[in-house]
Design a protein around this ligand. Structure first.
Ligand SMILES: *Cc1c(COP(=O)(O)O)cnc(C)c1O
Length: 497
């Protein structure tokens, strides 16, 4: 593949340092008050000079930001098969709803009687999510999936504490997302690893052996991070409950279940949802996250305050009178703009649409599985749900790893899949297409993955030196993580650091 040439290459050395003295990107009208009066009015805010601010003209600043916006890759650019992240299309109808003036401009201090619309949005979303999960009560406060996990485990702790003993341990399968053990630890629990079986599911005999009265609960992702539904979920719930433990479900993978089955019906006591995955709100960049936590009746008294409730006169209000609550987990009511977007998504699809979404997400993942089976090694034969996990074992014979294949995929115009996760798979390639992709797009992706497998055989160096079409090729990922340079800083010479 030819190295891409673009209109930016001529500016290569001047990408960030465009400042030269005296250039202005604005025009202000002449001062129409005496300069001293203006300075006095500004008080401490008045500045004699602009310090080390870059000096550029209007068109330079417009081109600068427009150009860097084209270096980004998002789901609006192409397929984004980043497994476990559910990078589905964020429908524009969500944005239209979020911009409705009364919702966008609502103030958190506004009196309840003037906030009935905003409260109705929260209440309707809460009711829809309870219907979808089969749970009894919910908080919309947590601002991310991991934040929801923390809220959920604190609910478990408060509940067990109210019975006299918060217990010591949380069991976590070896396929779990890294946030699960981190959450258990931050909530004061020791983490005990639980083995998966040859089918990629929780090994039930190990659970029986490890379950005792020190165990507060099990954190389980379902479908798990291998994209496999935990077929013995009922039995798992019964084993925990029999010894007084609780079942926490990491609901990040609900895109495989919505409209088909409900965690509340298969024994889950408490779970979180990722609105920025399953319910089509943006993943960072375009907005903050949202991780509502839904639970069964026995955990409801401990939910964060306030909850939106229907009052006797039929109006809605906030219930702050929750004496057993774990307390607030976030300012105000959570990321309200995301509640509006998720509700728009749910109402635009309706129950049948949501069910079809689930079916299409699972169908798309299985189409990819079928097309790439034999090209890449499939470590588990258990059926896949919304994502499929391959291993790089066939390619490692040629010295190529999952990360190399992912880099080459960039040259073909796709965002990489999730690399090396879950950890129990040798060099995992975790692929989640979501329901957003057409068959045509899936076919292009499959062709790219097949081409790359052929290149691995014929020309390993091409893969090892990929990507070839990006401005920068292989970055020092350790330095990028340990010593990130996150913003432009002037040096003494005026050049960017
Ligand atoms: C994404 C994800 C999380 C964490 O969600 P955040 O919103 O990123 O905090 C937890 N568990 C699983 C399985 C996930 O895929």
């Amino acid at each position: 593949m030819k190295k891409a040439t673009t209109h930016i290459s001529q500016n290569e050395g001047l990408i960030f340092e465009k400042s030269s003295p005296g250039k202005r990107g604005y025009k202000l009208p002449p001062l129409d008050v005496p300069a001293v009066t203006a300075a006095k009015a500004l008080g401490n805010a008045a500045r004699a000079d602009l310090g080390n601010m870059p000096e550029v003209s209007e068109i330079e600043i417009i081109r600068h930001f427009t150009r860097i916006s084209t270096w980004n890759y998002g789901v609006d650019t192409g397929m984004y098969p980043l497994g476990s992240c559910t990078m589905k299309y964020n429908a524009r109808v969500n944005e239209a709803a979020a911009r409705i003036e009364g919702l966008a401009n609502a103030h958190p201090y506004q009196p309840e009687r003037l906030s009935q619309g905003a409260l109705r949005v929260m209440k309707t979303l809460a009711d829809c999510l309870l219907d979808i999960t089969g749970q009894d009560a919910i908080t919309l406060q947590p601002a991310a999936g991991a934040h929801g996990e923390m809220t959920g485990i604190l609910l478990i702790r408060a509940y067990l504490q109210s019975k006299g003993n918060p217990r010591k341990k949380i069991l976590i399968p070896d396929s779990a997302h890294g946030t699960n053990p981190a959450t258990a630890a931050i909530c004061g629990y020791a983490v005990e690893n639980l083995k998966s079986n040859a089918g990629g599911m929780v090994d039930v005999p190990s659970l029986v052996a490890q379950m005792n009265e020190d165990v507060a609960g099990l954190m389980l992702t379902n479908p798990n991070t291998l994209g496999i539904f935990e077929q013995e979920i009922h039995k798992i719930a019964d084993i925990l409950h029999a010894k007084g433990g609780l079942l926490y479900m990491d609901g990040a993978n609900m895109n495989a279940l919505v409209g088909k089955t409900r965690p509340g019906d298969f024994g889950v006591d408490v779970m979180h949802l990722n609105l920025h995955k399953t319910f089509s709100t943006p993943h960072g960049g375009g907005g903050p996250g949202s991780g509502p936590v839904a639970c069964k009746k026995h955990l409801e008294p401990f939910l964060p305050a306030p909850l939106v409730v229907e009052k006797k006169d039929g109006t809605l209000g906030f219930d702050y009178d929750r004496p057993r609550s774990i307390g607030r987990v976030r300012a105000w009511y959570g990321n309200f703009g995301m509640h509006v977007r998720a509700l728009a998504y749910i109402l635009a699809n309706g129950p049948d649409g949501l069910r079809m979404t689930t079916e299409d997400a699972v169908l798309n993942a299985n189409y990819i599985r079928k097309q790439l089976e034999g090209v890449y090694e499939l470590p588990y034969s258990t059926p896949s749900m919304h994502e499929v996990v391959f291993s790089d074992r066939k390619q490692t014979a040629k010295g190529l790893k999952t990360g190399d294949i992912a880099k080459r995929l960039i040259d073909y115009g796709f965002h990489p899949y999730t690399v090396s996760f879950p950890l129990i798979v040798h060099g995992a390639l975790m692929i989640e297409p979501t329901e957003s992709e057409s068959k045509e797009e899936l076919d292009l992706f499959v062709d790219a993955m097949r081409d790359i497998a052929r290149e691995c055989e014929k020309d390993p160096d091409l893969i090892l030196s990929a990507p070839h079409t990006t401005r920068l090729s292989r970055l020092d990922e350790v330095q990028a993580a340990r010593k990130p340079i996150l913003r432009w800083k002037p040096t003494s010479k005026g050049a960017a650091e």
